[in-house]
Design a protein around this ligand. Structure first.
Ligand SMILES: N[C@@H](Cc1ccccc1)C(=O)O
Length: 512
C-alpha cells in the first residue's frame, strides 16, 4: 500500500492508484468489492478533479439466488433428489418411503411431478421405479453458474426468475482508467496564488488546482424585484417604445379638485362618497391650486373658476350639472382614486405649453398606486396600481382610439379586443375593453377608455380642435394572470411568501 496521505479519503485514493498501476482499466466492484459506493465515488472524484484518473459509471443487472435456490445448489433440484432416492432403492420405492427418505413433503410432491414429466421415473404398481441410469440436474448446474458469475443466458435467467429462484439487482460500478496526470501519489495543489509565491518565484513550479466548473454556486441572498415591478417595467417599455413620456405620480394625496372636479365628476357623484373614497382628516383641506415654482406662470385662478362654471352653469357648449358647486368640497383632500388626476394636471399644464402659438401633441403615461375604499376579497384590495395613458392630438377619432388599443394590447400579446359602451363622467364616448381569456373561457374586462369631454379640456385652455384619448387598466390583473395567482393576497400584503418573490421568474409578455 502507498504511504497514507493526510486526508480521510487518502488510503482509498492510494489504493486506487496502486491498483491502476497494475491493471488499467479496473472495475471498482471487482477491485473494491467491500468498499461502500459513496467512499469509492468520493475518492474517484478527488482523483478525477486532478486528472489523475478518469472514470465512468457502469450499471448492470446481476442475478442473486433466492434461499430456495441456495438449497438446490447444495442438495440438488427437487426432481433430482426424487430420482436419486428412487434409483438407489433397487426394486422401487413406495410414496411413503420416498417421503420418509427426502424428509420434505413439498420437495417430494413437486420433484415427483417433474421427474415423471422428464421420464426419469414411472409408477410400477404401488411403487416408483427409475427409468434411466443417470440424469443431468440442469437446474442445479444453471444455478451454480449464476451463483458464481451473477449472470447467465437471458432465456435461462428469465425461466429461473419465473420459478422464483432468482432476484435481479442493479449494481453500479465504475470503470476506472489512468488519467493524463496519473501518478502514484497525490501532489498537493495550490488553490490560491499568494503574494509570497510571487515574491519567492514558487508560482513557477507550483501545481494549481483547476477550477471546478461543475460546482454549484452558493445561493445568493440578493434583493429581488416584486412581480408587480417586473410587469410594470415591461409596460413602461411598451409605452416608451410608443413615444410616451412618464407622468410624475409621486403624490398619493390629491385635492378633490384634481381628482374629481377637473374631471367633471359632480360633487354628488357616488364615487365621491366616504364608502368609495378615503378622505384625509388632517389636514382636512388643500389650498386652492396655485403655481408650484417660480417659472410656473399658469393662471390657476381662471382655471378654478372655469371648472366651477362648467359644473354650476355650464360653459363651452355644455349645459353643466346645474348645482351650487362648493369650493370646500373641491378642496377636501383624498387619497387619489385614480391616476387620471395626474393626467388632468398634465393636460392643464400642456394647455399652457404653446409652441409657436400652438399646443403640441403629447403622449403621457403613468403606472402607480391608487386607493379605493373597497370590500376586500380575493381579487380586490384597497390599493392597487393603475396603468394609465393619455394621447393629445388633433384630428383624433374613436376608430383611432380602438386602433391604438389594438396596438397597445397587441404589444403584450392580448389580441381580439371587444369594446362595450360605458360611462365615465370625464369621457364621451367611453368604452370598456374586453378580451377573451382562454383559461377562464370567457370575455374579461381588461381596461377602460374614452375621449375626454370638451368642457373638461376647454376649461383648461386646450384648443377646441384638440382631442384627447385616455385609457386605464390595473397592473394587478395582468400580473396575476402572468404568474398564475388567483388570490391577490399572495401578491400583496402580509401573507406574501417571500420565497415566491425571491424565486419568481422575469416576466416576458408574449409580444406578437
Ligand atoms: N380613470 C379610469 C380609467 C380611464 C382613464 C382615462 C380615460 C378613461 C378611463 C379608471 O379608473 O378606470
Amino acid at each position: 500500500m502507498a504511504p497514507a496521505s493526510n486526508n480521510p479519503a487518502g488510503d482509498l485514493t492510494s489504493e486506487v492508484l496502486q491498483a491502476l498501476s497494475k491493471a488499467d482499466p479496473i472495475l471498482s466492484t471487482e477491485t473494491f468489492a467491500e468498499v461502500p459506493f459513496e467512499s469509492i465515488k468520493a475518492a474517484l472524484d478527488r482523483l478525477a478533479s486532478r486528472s489523475m484518473v478518469a472514470y465512468e459509471q457502469v450499471e448492470r443487472e446481476e442475478a442473486f439466488l433466492e434461499p430456495e435456490a441456495e438449497v438446490i445448489v447444495s442438495h440438488g433440484s427437487h426432481e433430482a433428489r426424487v430420482f436419486e432416492a428412487v434409483r438407489q432403492a433397487l426394486d422401487g420405492l413406495s410414496i411413503q418411503d420416498l417421503e420418509g427418505k427426502i424428509g420434505d413433503k413439498t420437495v417430494t410432491k413437486l420433484g415427483q411431478g417433474k421427474a415423471f414429466k422428464e421420464k426419469w421415473i414411472k409408477k410400477d404398481g404401488a411403487k416408483l421405479v427409475a427409468l434411466v441410469e443417470s440424469i443431468n440436474d440442469v437446474t442445479r448446474d444453471q444455478l451454480k453458474v449464476i451463483q458464481e458469475k451473477k449472470t447467465h443466458d437471458a432465456k435461462i435467467i428469465a425461466d429461473l426468475k419465473k420459478r422464483k429462484l432468482l432476484k435481479m439487482q442493479k449494481v453500479i460500478s465504475f470503470r476506472i482508467s489512468k488519467g493524463p496526470k496519473f501518478a502514484l501519489e497525490i501532489v498537493k495543489e495550490e488553490t490560491d496564488l499568494t503574494a509570497e509565491m510571487l515574491a519567492s518565484g514558487a508560482w513557477k513550479t507550483a501545481a494549481f488546482k483547476p477550477y471546478n466548473f461543475n460546482a454549484l454556486g452558493a445561493d445568493q441572498h440578493a434583493g429581488a424585484l416584486h412581480p408587480l415591478n417586473k410587469v410594470r417595467q415591461e409596460f413602461r417599455q411598451i409605452f416608451f417604445e410608443m413615444g410616451f413620456t412618464e407622468m410624475p405620480t409621486n403624490q398619493f394625496v390629491e385635492s378633490g379638485f384634481w381628482n374629481f372636479d377637473t374631471l367633471f365628476v359632480p360633487q354628488q357623484h357616488p364615487a365621491r362618497d366616504l364608502q368609495d373614497t378615503f378622505y384625509v382628516s388632517d389636514p382636512l383641506k388643500a389650498g386652492k391650486p396655485c403655481p408650484t415654482s417660480a417659472d410656473d406662470k399658469q393662471d390657476y385662478e381662471t382655471y378654478f373658476q372655469n371648472v366651477r362654471e362648467v359644473h354650476q352653469n355650464g360653459k363651452y357648449g355644455s349645459i353643466g350639472y346645474r348645482y351650487p358647486w362648493s369650493e370646500d368640497e373641491s378642496l377636501k383632500l383624498v387619497l387619489r382614486t385614480h391616476t387620471t388626476s395626474v393626467s388632468s394636471v398634465m393636460l392643464q399644464r400642456l394647455a399652457n405649453q404653446r409652441q409657436d402659438g400652438r399646443v403640441p401633441p403629447a403622449r403621457y403615461f403613468s403606472i402607480d398606486r391608487v386607493f379605493r375604499n373597497e370590500t376586500l376579497d380575493s381579487t380586490h384590495l384597497c390599493e392597487f396600481h393603475q396603468v394609465e395613458g393619455v394621447i393629445a392630438d388633433y384630428g383624433l377619432t374613436l376608430g383611432g382610439l380602438m386602433e391604438f388599443m389594438d396596438l397597445f394590447f397587441g404589444a403584450m400579446g392580448v389580441t381580439d379586443l371587444r369594446y362595450k359602451p360605458a360611462y365615465n363622467p370625464y369621457t364621451e364616448p367611453s368604452m370598456e375593453i374586453f378580451s377573451y381569456h382562454k383559461g377562464l373561457n370567457k370575455l374579461i374586462e381588461i381596461g377602460n377608455s374614452g375621449i375626454f369631454r370638451p368642457e373638461m379640456l376647454e376649461a383648461m385652455g386646450l384648443p377646441k380642435d384638440m382631442r384627447v384619448f385616455g385609457f386605464g387598466l390595473s397592473l394587478e390583473r395582468p400580473t396575476m394572470i402572468k404568474y398564475g395567482i388567483s388570490n391577490i393576497r399572495e401578491l400583496l400584503g402580509h401573507q406574501v411568501d417571500l420565497n415566491f418573490i425571491q424565486k419568481n421568474p422575469a416576466v416576458r409578455l408574449d409580444k406578437n
